[in-house]
Design a protein around this ligand. Structure first.
Ligand code: COA
Length: 701
């Protein structure tokens, strides 16, 4: 575990620089919070004039403090901070909790850099600046101006928004969902989200990591750090509706919004993405109390048919559709219900269900191998007591001794149900006031299990490539002052990375064109090659279905004439002669180099699917072979690849291999390539492979 970060987040000895005797000032509040929180490892207020604050001796400088200090909370105006940093460094402080605002968030970028440089020169780390502070229940540490320590819990939150952290602090009590640590991360000048994820993964009091993110600085490191984590991570990302900072020079560029790219990154990181604040809380509750749902079989026990049906609907949307329980399982349930109950799934114990029936069926369901996850629903009735039902569930769970199978619950009723649910949560069983939420929570536990498998799948770096050829082409394009590669150049790079490009070559004369065509066989496609003509068809620069030598010669001349008429001063490299690929299912693969995550890879079906329906999926490159296969199944139009209207299934294996090789190419050349497309890629029947018909690469400026 990183010692310096531990000094910062679980300090032994803490100074408050800018401590004030004046109530209402942040420097006063922090001292008061440390005292009220019960922190016992040494509080040292620092102030040039005061003698005593809230009963604590005040020092003029950290250098005057006789005891060791791990962390200093900085609550003085920005212009005085540097001097204090120096003194903290000389004192041997490990970490600075810089509450002060007035740094990069208001354009003072250099001041912030200087703060970090100075801190690092003493081996210190910086949390902030521009933060609320940091809180830890297990250390009784409220080193912040948030009003109190949160309700005790086993999840820890890292928040880029200070105000939201304060709000969540209060919500922990009203929602009854506790946290151990609340860490405000502000400008992330030094300690960033990836650092805290790495540290919390080692923190013994944290069982689940909850993140509120506005923007990441080093996306790839974030993914790697999360992927290493052995604890569940749930993340709420704000600002997914706005378009990413990518100029849309290609199809892929126009589709690569923050929602897609961040969503992909979270999935690869193995992090569950929450849809809103409520969802963040609900998922945190499930993930911090329950194990993942490792198989697909969900069982629901209920005393009400209505909530059972509602939950059945929700299960389908949550990705865990219900199946009927096997006969043997049903027979056992029948022993604990009247004849008019239902032992299928949902198991409807009917409104007559009392403590014993809930106890017996819960115990049996949890113990049975067929059941991978259990949801218990209860509607408040006049013949039952919600608290006793809750206790029956708890006792059943205890008696089975099972800890690797998840359970979630929903009690629908009034105050008595609310109290019972609070009791369940306090005793480690997630409870929600709506059956849909209990199902969603189970869906989250299932998603967690699925993501674990995905994030552990290895990336294949064993592709045979000719990197030097690609680099030579790129160098040549740059030497000519271009960033856009011609089709021939783009295709040559694709070929160098082993991608199945249709056979094609550049002809600079009619005779050459004929020779190439005869070596490929008819029919043939011919296209103009010019860095000045991007939209070849509009310029009359494309001829298809050419079937003889005479047609080749004629097409050669027509294309040249059309191109010159379209743009008289266009530089013309020649004419591309290309085998005409037979019809196949059209797909598209593309990439943009994202400012946060670097090269990304996109997949979709071609034509209207990408243009109108925008049915595409993104990942951050490179990707594992397993991720490539999952990408093919992740689009809405996925069934088309499995064969529709009498067509046989398409060669998904070959397509996934192309995706994986392409992702490798764009990450291997990530420092050069800004955007790229392979469009269309024609996919044939199983065993017949795929062909990339057109390819495009645009270099970084
Ligand atoms: N060492 C120790 N104490 C010092 C000092 C130094 N080098 N320089 C000044 N102080 C003392 C001051 O004398 C004052 O104490 P006093 O009340 O006894 O006079 C105290 O530190 C605070 O300084 P002051 O000038 O009164 O500042 P302030 O309390 O008005 O504001 C901040 C200080 C840090 C709170 C303010 O600059 C700020 O950044 N506010 C925004 C915080 C925020 O919102 N963060 C982000 C949340 S999301």
């Amino acid at each position: 575990m990183d010692d310096v970060l531990t000094g910062l987040l679980r300090p032994k000895g803490i100074a408050v620089v800018g401590a004030s005797a004046t109530p209402g000032k942040i420097g006063h509040t922090v001292v008061k919070n440390l005292i009220d929180g019960g922190y016992k490892d040494g509080i040292y207020p620092i102030n040039p004039t005061a003698d005593e604050i809230l009963g604590y001796k005040v020092y003029k400088s950290v250098l005057d403090v006789p005891d060791p200090i791990d962390a200093a909370v900085i609550t003085i105006p920005a212009k005085y901070v540097m001097e204090t940093v120096k003194e903290c460094g000389e004192k041997g402080v490990k970490g600075l909790i810089v509450i002060t605002s007035g740094f990069s968030e208001v354009g003072e970028v250099e001041l912030e850099k200087e703060l970090v440089r100075l801190a690092h020169s003493y081996g210190m780390r910086v949390l902030g600046p521009n933060i609320v502070g940091t809180l830890s229940n297990s250390d009784k540490l409220n080193a912040s101006f948030a009003p109190f320590l949160p309700l005790v819990g086993t999840s820890s939150l890292v928040s880029q928004s200070g105000a939201l952290l304060i709000a969540i602090d209060a919500i922990t009590y009203t929602r009854g969902i506790g946290f151990d640590k609340l860490i405000s991360i502000g400008n992330m000048s030094d300690v960033n989200i990836a650092d805290t994820v790495g540290w919390l993964n080692e923190d013994e009091s944290t069982r689940c990591i909850t993140l509120y993110i506005e923007g990441l600085k080093d996306g790839r490191r974030f993914i790697n750090e999360c992927a290493k984590a052995k604890k569940p991570i749930v993340v709420l990302k704000a600002g997914v509706s706005e378009h990413g900072a990518v100029a849309a020079a290609s199809h892929t560029g126009s589709l690569a919004g923050a929602r897609h790219i961040y969503g992909a990154a979270f999935e690869q990181a193995g992090a569950i993405q929450a849809t809103d604040l409520s969802d963040l809380f609900n998922s945190t509750l499930a993930l911090s109390l329950q194990p993942p749902m490792r198989g697909e079989n969900l069982l629901i026990i209920t005393n009400g048919g209505g909530v059972g049906v509602l939950a059945t609907d929700s299960a389908e949307s949550a990705g865990i559709p219900l199946k009927f329980a096997p006969e043997t399982v049903q027979e056992e349930f029948k022993k604990h219900m009247p004849s008019f109950g239902s032992a299928k799934n949902p198991v409807d114990l009917t409104g007559m269900a009392g403590n014993d029936w809930y106890f017996e069926t819960t115990k049996f369901a949890l113990s049975h191998d067929w059941v991978d996850g259990l949801i218990v629903l209860y509607c408040e009735t006049a013949i039952t007591n919600p608290m006793e039902i809750a206790q029956s569930l708890y006792n059943a769970l205890k008696e089975t001794g099972i800890t690797d199978k998840p359970i979630t619950t929903s009690f629908v009723g009034g105050e008595r149900s609310d109290s019972a649910m609070q009791w369940l949560v306090e005793n480690g069983i997630p409870a929600y006031n709506d059956p849909d939420l209990a199902v969603k929570a189970m869906g989250t536990l299932r998603e967690y299990a699925v993501l674990q498998d995905l994030k552990n799948s290895p990336i294949n770096n064993d592709h045979e490539v000719d990197r030097q050829t690609a680099l030579d082409i790129i160098a040549n394009v740059r030497a000519e002052g271009r960033t856009g590669l011609t089709e021939v150049e783009s295709k040559s790079i694709f070929k160098a990375y082993g991608l199945p490009i249709v056979r094609s070559d550049l002809a600079t004369s009619e005779d050459e064109a004929v020779k190439l065509a005869e070596s490929y066989g008819y029919p043939i496609v011919m296209k103009i090659v010019s860095p000045d003509i991007l939209h070849k068809s509009d310029a009359g620069g494309v001829k298809v279905n050419i079937n003889s030598e005479a047609e080749i010669r004629e097409a050669y001349q027509t294309i040249l004439t059309n191109a010159k008429a379209h743009k008289p001063d266009a530089e013309i490299h020649g004419i591309l002669v290309q085998e005409m690929a037979p019809w196949g299912t059209e797909t598209i693969v593309g990439s943009v180099n994202d400012v946060t995550f670097g090269p990304t890879v996109m997949f979709g079906l071609g034509g209207i699917f990408v243009e109108v329906l925008k049915d595409v999926v993104f990942r951050v490159a490179p990707i594992s072979d397993m991720e490539a296969i999952k990408m093919l199944d992740a689009i809405r139009g996925a069934p088309i690849l499995d064969g529709v209207r009498g067509e046989g299934p398409r060669d998904k294996k070959a397509l996934a291999e192309v995706l994986s090789k392409y992702a490798y190419m764009i990450s291997d050349l990530g420092e050069h390539i800004q955007e790229s497309d392979a469009n269309p890629i024609l996919v044939y029947e199983v065993g017949k492979g795929v062909k990339i018909v057109d390819a495009r690469i645009i270099l970084k400026d």
